[in-house]
Design a protein around this ligand. Structure first.
Ligand SMILES: [Zn+2]
Length: 100
């Protein structure tokens, strides 16, 4: 797997506190399961999620067993990619400049 899979990039957000997954967009609020702030969400690799779905075919993606497995994989694969708004430090915070 390489970065060429960008068409699916950032579609899976996982709470790094409890393993709750949110599909189809950035988390806009706190985790509905453990109430962690939205910055606790990290981008979860598609191939790992696939592994989970194939392992737990009979329970929903946010079943506690899936969440536990997700937490295991986060540690195992050292997944720590934060969501774009989670602590990115913008130099000078001059987001309104239009240099191009
Ligand atoms: Zn959570």
């Amino acid at each position: 797997m390489t970065e060429s899979n960008t068409y699916m990039y950032a579609l899976l957000w996982t709470c790094s506190s409890c393993g709750y997954v949110r599909e189809g967009g950035q988390p806009k609020m706190e985790c509905p399961t453990c109430a962690a702030y939205k910055t606790a969400f990290i981008s979860f690799p598609q191939h790992l999620e696939k592994e989970i779905r194939e392992t737990f075919t009979e329970v929903p993606p946010n079943h506690k067993e899936c969440r536990a497995k997700r937490m295991e994989l986060i540690v195992e694969h050292d997944v720590k990619e934060k969501s774009p708004f989670a602590g990115r430090i913008l130099p000078a915070a001059s987001g309104n400049t239009m240099d191009n």
